[in-house]
Design a protein around this ligand. Structure first.
Ligand SMILES: Nc1ncnc2c1ncn2[C@@H]1O[C@H](COP(=O)(O)OP(=O)(O)OP(=O)(O)O)[C@@H](O)[C@H]1O
Ligand SMILES: [Mg+2]
Length: 351
């Protein structure tokens, strides 16, 4: 099922929770809604499922306007953040509940429920109650219950937030597998950029109810539309320096950095230079951009350096064969990728 959101708005009194959001979700894709707390992620899911009415705008499923259709007629399965399993029912009863509501005969109910239990790997837990399950198992049951309705769309609201770090990674891969196996168009809410990037076909990044960028995880990282996206995506966080541009030279105090590009509109303006920690390297000869090593942290095969230039700090990686000492002055140069320039006031990208 293909989903289109057209100029969607949702106000709660004076709070504009969703502002003019237009997004299109391709059939069979898994899309993440990503953004800080309060940016409108849950609200968008509730608008798509029909639990909440829109303030304005349209929602289309396969081109058909469902904006005013009641939730039970939309064919949407929703998994809430807290799973909301029925505590007095067994796993089997929980998963078959939507089928009971649909008046599916008992024998068939059991067969369908067992199939979904198998898909999410809880088939040996069918007689337990939610209180006797781990967080990860409850989460699987909640997904199976949402799927047993036979929805054309699956919406998942931060389904992994109650799990520990390791289980989160395992379960996100599990969600991706189930989504691929079933081919259901799915929207997955998270505020964890790494989680969003790791399993999604596309990511919609939101801030204050507005879309900042809607693109593949790779594109968000390599080609951020604005400073917010550049800063939100990537670990460690992108480095940010405030300075002034003259031609292809970035001036920061008395330092001048040669950039791998020019930016027409930005000449002689206050700009923000943002660069990924892997976008800078030690120069062969003096390249005019020097910084002092403040700290060194071994991370896996690389070393992360905390650097200082004038009063500003940034982070960069150096390879294991480079011996670097605290207090050392390094001459640096930028690589071609991962270096961006933004307007200091608006955050709009120049280059
Ligand atoms: N029923 C409501 N009444 C009034 N304001 C609401 C209501 N529901 C949500 N809001 C407001 O709308 C905005 C968006 O809320 P929403 O729950 O969609 O955010 P979210 O992105 O899901 O955040 P989180 O990551 O914390 O779950 C917030 O400012 C929130 O306070
Ligand atoms: Mg939420």
């Amino acid at each position: 099922m293909q989903i289109t959101l057209e100029n969607l708005n949702k106000n709660f009194g004076s709070v504009a929770a969703v502002r003019d959001v237009s997004l299109s979700f391709e059939s069979g894709n898994l899309v993440a809604l990503l953004g800080p707390s309060g940016c409108g992620k849950t609200t968008i899911l509730h608008l798509i499922s029909g639990i909440l009415p829109v303030s304005s705008g349209r929602i289309l499923f396969d081109g058909k306007d469902v904006t005013d259709l009641s939730p039970d007629k939309r064919g949407v399965g929703l998994v809430f953040q807290n799973y909301a399993l029925y505590p007095h029912m067994t796993v089997l009863e929980n998963i078959s509940f939507p089928l009971m509501v649909k008046k599916v005969p008992k024998k068939e109910r059991r067969k369908i429920a067992e199939e979904f239990a198998e898909l999410v790997r809880v088939k040996d837990l069918l007689n337990r109650r939610p209180g006797q399950l781990s967080g990860g198992q409850q989460q699987r049951v909640a997904i199976a219950r949402a799927l047993s309705k036979g929805p054309s769309i699956l919406l998942l609201d931060e389904p992994l937030s109650n799990l520990d770090a390791r289980l989160r990674i395992e379960m996100r891969e599990e969600i991706r597998r189930v989504q691929r196996d079933t081919g259901i168009t799915s929207i997955f809410v998270t505020h964890d950029q790494e989680e969003a990037a790791s399993i999604s076909d596309k990511v919609a990044l939101l801030k204050f109810g507005e879309t900042q960028q809607y693109a593949s995880p790779r594109e968000l990282y390599d080609d951020p539309a604005n400073l917010f996206t550049a800063g939100f995506i990537g670990t460690p966080t992108i480095n940010v320096l405030n300075g002034r541009l003259h031609g292809s030279t970035f001036h920061l105090g008395n330092s001048a950095f040669h950039l791998p590009f020019t930016a027409d509109g930005a000449d002689n303006k206050d700009v923000v230079l943002a660069f990924r920690p892997e976008a800078v390297r030690v120069a062969e000869q003096d390249a005019g951009f020097a910084a002092i090593v403040n700290e060194t942290y071994p991370v896996g095969k690389d070393t992360l350096l905390h650097m200082q230039v004038n009063g500003d700090k940034f982070r960069m990686f150096c390879a294991e064969d480079e011996v670097v000492q605290v207090g050392q002055r390094l001459s640096l140069q930028f690589k071609d990728r991962g270096v961006f320039l933004f307007d200091a006031e608006t955050g709009v990208r120049y280059a």
